[in-house]
Every structure is written in structure tokens, then in C-alpha cells.
Design a protein around this ligand. Structure first.
Ligand code: AHR
Length: 863
């Protein structure tokens, strides 16, 4: 789906210097120079300059990046080193570049206009220490491309291809075979090496216009309320005349608003998952943090208090192969205790019951008992129990602890009462007061805050967590079900540990508990596009020999969720305590993946298998991490080709983007795939989440409702963030061990969630100002909920002046309805603005005033 912005293009062409060149005055052809700069660790992409004489060069778009490298991690990778471009006899440009000083691979992409570039590929090479300065030659007679590269041992290698998909094996060649046609050009910003070609002026003109349009758009998108006093200094209070056309009501999705859950920012362990013991299974591994934290090992969060006992870690005969490590406590003299401090302390409440459980095994000596206590920071015992631990094989011991006081800083102490050697594993402490009283459940206050959004669906387990950092880190749902001691923990790609205690069963159960549809997202057989570990990294996929097994895993998920209790996987669901199906209807395949041939092959395989085995399931495809660009275009092409029912779009953009793109979905082709806007948020520089970002989201969401016929689902991202443990900002809900702190943006989501409809009532809004920047900051959406027959009017005013509305309510059949008015308003920088609701008359509703910087919801409901 190609997105063009005709109005902006027109504006840009006429308003910018250099854009109005007459055809008559322009040269027929000029020299074009292609290069990449080494600045910023080669993170810029392919740049161009042009010249009439090869001596005086004009930079195009101030080093605008026409194509950027997509290889490897953000930050350290995604480098374009020594790009080399050629054009073939069909007018197709091919570009190769070196990616880093390490990997035996290069990047390839192609373009017909130097503006839109195709998929990138990174063929693995057999020869050479690495791949440096690859050059490309084309033989038009045979249609063969020859790639020659060198390496850091100064050896030369060559390989050929006709399609950049299949390559001959590389062979070693003498240096004389290496012909690099790059020249050095003296550009305005300094000398650069690159290739030069004679091209039609129209080619350069296209490049200039592309860069200028982007620059113009970026100026609009950078608008913030900070400049509003100046921008709108002459603006007086406005009037808005609103007419609604209920007779033209049209169906919109009744699944529009959902929640996006990812185990990011300690959202799961230490967050929503109510377990109070950190590293309960002694499975923290240095690899979780890629070796950066020396203390991040099996003993993390555990200490021995007192003398006479020592802790060691062992892995011989574990409880389960998925849970390899356990602690061995050797006690020479009683009195010492093994202590766990929880996630920044254990919070307990007086009089509430906590389920304690632990696995033990006597290894030697006469240990027959141990005392387990909850102890406050001052040493006072809050609760304790004595456990009989004479078993010589692994056995689960349980007790209930009921603290005699409140504290936020308790620790759990396990004290052997006799000398000897005892093995301990999966030490767990859970409040009985979890959300909905579920065993192995969720933190009640956090779960309730999510439930209060009224999400129609919950997406899980990510985000990037779903496809993982490298092949070995792909989230495998089967590892996350069954008894917790058999689940397979793994490194969380956000740099910590995932216990899998919050697994697929718990996700499904939570969805059911709050009446939200489960939307699991599974990897499309490829890991995260930013993978930095796992060998082949992002461009590698699950080997084809293992894909059948992977596809079966995906199909088995449907059986696990919906299958009869007599099926293999349905039985496991029943064993977990849920014989009834979970009513799974949607499955996402892929998450903003890099669209490569490797991706397409695997996605297609999974998609077709799913269609065949489970036509009742709606598959959600993926179209990259941005609202434009190669992955977006190519992702949509695949969706078109395969008739994927829904695709998942993502964009994190400044408030200005949301203001100026309210028409984004107006032009979407209704005969194509529907859209799930799976991740979006307004980000201000410095990343605070305030009323300005919230209102720009509210403004944009009026357009989501208006386009609710093609826009099926939407979820703000990310959802949760634990203070002191964030890897991503801003987020919708912040929390610590005792408090939940919803942001202003949360209340926008909640107002939309609680006031959704399934019919859109078209309307017109005539504003007493004709200024585009003013009009773009006011929006309205009117929906009807057919279940209740309520009518809901949402109005956003992102201006520094109030707006007096004249709302024509005739034809809405509002007789006998009461009206509630909810307003979220304040200074745009406010982080504490909260919605306030009052009952008003229909007359007052028709003449409602929209305060400056406000979001108003009128609900006409049955009395
Ligand atoms: O929402 C945070 C991250 O943003 C998600 O994991 C990923 O899909 C996106 O890049």
C-alpha cells in the first residue's frame, strides 16, 4: 500500500527554494555522485551529490539518507560502509556495501529511481576473514554480476550472481581482479569517495524533491505546543458548528481498542506477574545481560545471612531439564539462613495470606526441618512456618504465611534447623489476593488498571520479545505452559530474565477474566530485525529443515487454546485447569520484521498452513516498524499477494505527525487487508508523556474511529514500566512495588475504551477559522454503541483557545437519555491531568465549550 501525501507534496514544491526550476532552464543530464559518510560510525545511509562538471558538487538534501542499512542492532550496527552502486542495462540500480569489520557478509539492495529501494539481503560468504569494500561489475551480454571483495588479511575474493538471490561459491582471486571505480569528490562538506554516473536531470530533480518534501514534513511534525503562544498569538476563541448525519451511519470495528502487553521494563517478573521472589529458580545467567553484569548469575537476589551455612549452585539431577540450576545449602552449624530480597524488597500486607512453596531434596546429613520466615528490615519476624524437609528426592513443600504487619521491605529467610546438605529450587511466595484470585496469578492492582481500559483484546507477549534476539531467543509458547518448575526460562531481549511464570496459560486466562480477545503474536520463523546475537542474526531464519516443526508449533497453539480436551494440546489446557476452550480467534505472525526473502518464505509457509488447518483463525501479518519505507511497502505487497486478512502497522512519532496525518487511513483501499495498528504512541523529544502527547493521540484516534471499517484494532505501546527498570519510554502505565501510576495518555485510552461504538455517525465540523494549522488541531468523532443504543461524541481541542460548539443533535433519537460530559484538560505539559465527569442537560451538551487543550466526551445514555 503506497502512501503519498499529495497536499504536502504540492505545498513543498511551491513553497521551497530550488523546487520551482523550470524545465526549460534545467540541464538534460548531470553527474551524480553516490557515497556514504563515515560520520557517526557510518550510520548515515546512501547520500548523493550532483555536478555539471565533476568539479563543483552540490550536496542533495544535506546528506539525506536515500537508503539506510538495516543489518544488526540499533546503535552499534546498521552501518553502511563503502557503498558501491552500478546501473544495469534495464535501468535498475544495484547497491552493495560492507556492514562491519567482523561479519562475512555484505548488503545488497536495488532501486529503479534511487528513491525507493527494495528488500535488503545479506548473503553469507564462505571465504575471507570479513567482507570489505565489495565492488560490483555487470556483464550485460550474460546478465551476470560479479562481486569482488577484500578482507582485513588483504586477500581478494570473487563470486557471481544473476539475481542477487543465488550466488556462485566465492573463490580467491589475485588483487589484479579487483577494480574499484570509486573516485574522490570534493563536496561542500569535505572529500568523499564514491561512484559517479551521468544521469538525466529528472533523476536528480526527483532526489531533490524527495529530500525537500521530507524536510518540509519534518518541520510540520516537529511542531509542539511550546511554540503555540507565538504560532497562535492572534487566535481568538473559536466556534465550531457540528452537524451529524445519523442516517449515514456505517459499521465500524467493535474491536477497535485493545492493550499491547510486552515483557519490557520489568512488565512481567517483578511487575504484572505477582511472584514476590526474584530469581526463584536460580536460573539468572550472565547471558541474560550479555555478560555485562557480573552479579547477574544463579545466586542473584540470594544471600546467606549468618555463619555456619554456605550456598553453592548445582545442576546435577534438577527438578526438570528446563530448570537446570538449583541451590545447595551446606550447613555445618545451624543458625544461618538463605535470604531472598524479592524485586527491590518484598511488599506484604498485615493479615493477608501468602502462599509459600519450595522444592527441596536432602543431599546428606540429618536435615529434617527448616524454618521459613518473612522478616522485616528491622529484623522483626512478620510470619514464619516450620517445614518438614526429610525427603531425599525433589518434593514441593507448601505453607501459608500471614504477616502481622505491613512492610515494603521484607525478605524471605530459609533456615535449616539441622546440619547437613539440602538442595532448594523454585522458591515461591505469592499473595493469595491476585487478580481474580488466580493461582500463579497477576498483581491485582496492575491487572485491574489494565482491565479498566476496557480493552477488547490483549496482544502478547510482544513486541520484540515475541520474535527474540537471534534464533535461539524466539519466544516459544510451549516453553511457557505446564507446572512452573517445568517451564523454560530465557534471556529477555530487553536485557534481563524471563521466568516464563507468566506464560501462555496465564495470558489466555487474563484475557478471559477481563473479557478481552487474546491476540498472541508468534515469530514468523525469523528473529527480531535488530538481532545482535545468535549467529546469522536478523537475516537468518529458522533453517528450512526445522520449519515444519515450527509450523506445527504454531498450529498446536490453536489446539491448545481451542481444542477438545481429548486432543494432545487441549488436554494440557484442561490439565492446567481450563477444560473449556479459550476461544482464540486471532493469531499474529511476525512483528515488524525486516521483509526479506528469508522472511517471506517462512511467513508464507506458516500462513498457508494456518489457513488450511484453521480457516476459522484470523491471521495478522506484519508490515515493518514504520508507516513508510521498504518493509512497509514490501510487507503490504506480501499481504496483497497472500490476501492476509489483517496487517500489523507500527509507528512511534512526534505529536505533529499525529496532527498532520489524520487522513492516513482515509485513502486506504477497502478491498485490501484490514489494519491492526499494533503499536503507536506520540513521542516528544526527551520522551515525556504528557497532556500534549495524550491529546495528539486522542485527536488521531478520532480518525481511527472514522476509519473503523478498515482499521480493525489499535493498541498503544508499550503498556507497563516499572520505575527504575525501564528500557523504553514513554509507557502508558508506570508502577513500583506499591503504586500504580497511569499516565495522562492512559486516560485517553480508557476514555476511548469505555466509550467505544460499533457504528460511526459521519459528521461535518465547520470551524470559525480557515487556517490549516488551526483546523488540524480540532477533531470530532461520533459513534453509536448498538448494544446500549448510546451515542458518544468525542471532541478534541489541541489549541490554546476555547471552542464554543453548536452541536446539532437532531435525528439522534436522544429522548429519554441522560448526558454525561467527561473532560480531560490542562496545561499541555501536565502529567497529572485527570478526566472529570459531570451530568449535564441535552441543551448544555448541544452548546458545549471545549476548553483550550482538552478532550471532551459526551455520552448520551439510557437513564
Ligand atoms: O513497544 C516497544 C517495542 O517497539 C516493541 O517491542 C517493538 O515491536 C517495537 O519496536
Amino acid at each position: 500500500m503506497k502512501k503519498i501525501l499529495p497536499a504536502l507534496l504540492l505545498l513543498a514544491s511551491s513553497a521551497l527554494p530550488g523546487m520551482a526550476k523550470t524545465k526549460a532552464a534545467a540541464p538534460d543530464s548531470v553527474y551524480l555522485f553516490a557515497y556514504a559518510s563515515v560520520k557517526n560510525n557510518n550510520h548515515g545511509g546512501l547520500h548523493f551529490a550532483w555536478s555539471r562538471d565533476r568539479a563543483n558538487w552540490f550536496d542533495i538534501g544535506n546528506e539525506y539518507d536515500y537508503v539506510k542499512s538495516d543489518y544488526g542492532r540499533w546503535g552499534s550496527e546498521k552501518r553502511m560502509i563503502t557503498p558501491y552502486i552500478i546501473i544495469n542495462n534495464k535501468g535498475v540500480w544495484h547497491c552493495l556495501w560492507s556492514l562491519n569489520e567482523r561479519d562475512k557478509t555484505f548488503a545488497h539492495t536495488s532501486s529503479t529511481d534511487l528513491i525507493d529501494w527494495g528488500r535488503q539481503s545479506y548473503p553469507m560468504l564462505q571465504l575471507g576473514k570479513n567482507c570489505l569494500e565489495p565492488v560490483l561489475a555487470y556483464n550485460a551480454k550474460t546478465g551476470t554480476y560479479t562481486i569482488t571483495y577484500t578482507d582485513s588479511d588483504h586477500q581478494y575474493y570473487q563470486l557471481t550472481t544473476t539475481d542477487f538471490k543465488h550466488y556462485s561459491p566465492a573463490v580467491k582471486v589475485p588483487a589484479s581482479k579487483y577494480h574499484n571505480a570509486s573516485i574522490t569528490a570534493e563536496l561542500p562538506a569535505g572529500k568523499q569517495r564514491g561512484q559517479v554516473y551521468r544521469v538525466a536531470w529528472s533523476t536528480v530533480d526527483g532526489l531533490v524533491k524527495t529530500a525537500d518534501l521530507k524536510k518540509y514534513q519534518n518541520t510540520l511534525y516537529a511542531e509542539t505546543t511550546k511554540q503555540d503562544a507565538e504560532r497562535f498569538k492572534d487566535l481568538k476563541p473559536l466556534t465550531a458548528t457540528i452537524k451529524i448525519a445519523p442516517e449515514k451511519a456505517r459499521p465500524i470495528s467493535d474491536m477497535l481498542l485493545g492493550a499491547f502487553f510486552e515483557d519490557l521494563n520489568y512488565a512481567a517478573d517483578g511487575g504484572l506477574y505477582a511472584e514476590l521472589i526474584q530469581n526463584r529458580d536460580f536460573e539468572y545467567q550472565p547471558g541474560d545481560k550479555e555478560g555485562r553484569d557480573k552479579a547477574w548469575i544463579s545466586t542473584h537476589s540470594w544471600t546467606v545471612k549468618g555463619n555456619g551455612s554456605e550456598m553453592a549452585i548445582d545442576s546435577v539431577s534438577p527438578i526438570h531439564i528446563n530448570n537446570r540450576h538449583y541451590a545447595v545449602l551446606t550447613t555445618q552449624k545451624t543458625g544461618a539462613a538463605l535470604v531472598n530480597g524479592g524485586f527491590d524488597g518484598i511488599v506484604v500486607k498485615k493479615g493477608q495470606a501468602y502462599n509459600l512453596s519450595l522444592f527441596t531434596k536432602q543431599l546428606s546429613g540429618a536435615n529434617t526441618a527448616m524454618q521459613v520466615s518473612l522478616v522485616d528490615a528491622d529484623g522483626s519476624v512478620l510470619a514464619d512456618t516450620k517445614l518438614d524437609a526429610a525427603n531425599t528426592g525433589w518434593k514441593k513443600l507448601s505453607a501459608v504465611l500471614t504477616p502481622n504487619a505491613n512492610t515494603e521491605h521484607a525478605v524471605l529467610e530459609i533456615k535449616p534447623l539441622t546440619t547437613g546438605k539440602v538442595a532448594l529450587d523454585v522458591v515461591s511466595l505469592f499473595p493469595q489476593n491476585t487478580f481474580n484470585g488466580r493461582v500463579n496469578g497477576l498483581r491485582a492492582d496492575l491487572a485491574q488498571t489494565i482491565a479498566d481500559i476496557h480493552p477488547r483484546f490483549i496482544r502478547f507477549p510482544g513486541g520484540c520479545v515475541a520474535h527474540g534476539d537471534g534464533l535461539g531467543n524466539i519466544y516459544r509458547w510451549k516453553n511457557t505452559i505446564g507446572p512452573v518448575e517445568t517451564r523454560k526460562p530465557q534471556r529477555n531481549l530487553w536485557g534481563y530474565h524471563q521466568s516464563a511464570g507468566l506464560g501462555y496459560f496465564e495470558y489466555f486466562q487474563f484475557c478471559e477474566d477481563i473479557g478481552a480477545a487474546p491476540v498472541p503474536v508468534l515469530a514468523a520463523g525469523v528473529p527480531c530485525q535488530n538481532s545482535g546475537t545468535g549467529g546469522a542474526g536478523q537475516q537468518g531464519g529458522i533453517p528450512m529443515a526445522q520449519m515444519d516443526e515450527y509450523v506445527q508449533d504454531v498450529l498446536d497453539l490453536v489446539e491448545y487454546a481451542n481444542g477438545d480436551v481429548n486432543t494432545t494440546w487441549g488436554k494440557k489446557r484442561a490439565e492446567a485447569g481450563h477444560p473449556k476452550p479459550f476461544n482464540l480467534k486471532y493469531v499474529g505472525i511476525g512483528n515488524e520484521d525486516l521483509i526479506t526473502d528469508v522472511f517471506e518464505e517462512r511467513f508464507t509457509m506458516i500462513y498457508k498452513a494456518m489457513r488450511k488447518a484453521h480457516p476459522e483463525i484470523t491471521v495478522i501479518g506484519t508490515v515493518g516498524p514504520f508507516y513508510e519505507g521498504t518493509d512497509y511497502e514490501q510487507g503490504w505487497d506480501i499481504a496483497d499477494k497472500l490476501h492476509v486478512p489483517i496487517v500489523d502497522e507500527h509507528y512511534y512519532q512526534p505529536p505533529g505527525w499525529f496532527i498532520y496525518n489524520q487522513d492516513f487511513y482515509d485513502s486506504y483501499d477497502r478491498s485490501k487487508s484490514k489494519v491492526y495498528l499494533g503499536e503507536y504512541a506520540a513521542h516528544l523529544p526527551g520522551r515525556p508523556n504528557n497532556l500534549e502527547t495524550a491529546l495528539s493521540e486522542a485527536l488521531y484516534m478520532t480518525s481511527l474511529e472514522r476509519n473503523g471499517d478498515v482499521l480493525s484494532m489499535a493498541s498503544y505501546a508499550p503498556l507497563l514500566a516499572k520505575e527504575g527498570h525501564t528500557q523504553w519510554n514513554p509507557d502508558l502505565i508506570y508502577f513500583n512495588n506499591t503504586e500504580v501510576k497511569p499516565t495522562v495518555g492512559y486516560f485517553v485510552q480508557q476514555l476511548y475504551g469505555a466509550n467505544s461504538g460499533d457504528r460511526y455517525l459521519p459528521n461535518t465540523l465547520a470551524l470559525s477559522s480557515n487556517i490549516d494549522a488551526v483546523k488540524k488541531r480540532v477533531a470530532i468523532s461520533v459513534v453509536r454503541d448498538r448494544k446500549t443504543n448510546d451515542v458518544i461524541v468525542k471532541m478534541v481541542n489541541l489549541l490554546p483557545v476555547k471552542i464554543n460548539t453548536d452541536l446539532d443533535l437532531s435525528g439522534l433519537n436522544l429522548a429519554g437519555k441522560k448526558v454525561s460530559k467527561t473532560i480531560l484538560q490542562g496545561d499541555p505539559t501536565s502529567k497529572t491531568a485527570r478526566p472529570e465527569t459531570s451530568e449535564i442537560s441535552e441543551q448544555d451538551a448541544a452548546k458545549a465549550t471545549l476548553p483550550d487543550y482538552s478532550f471532551t466526551v459526551l455520552r448520551f445514555a439510557a437513564k
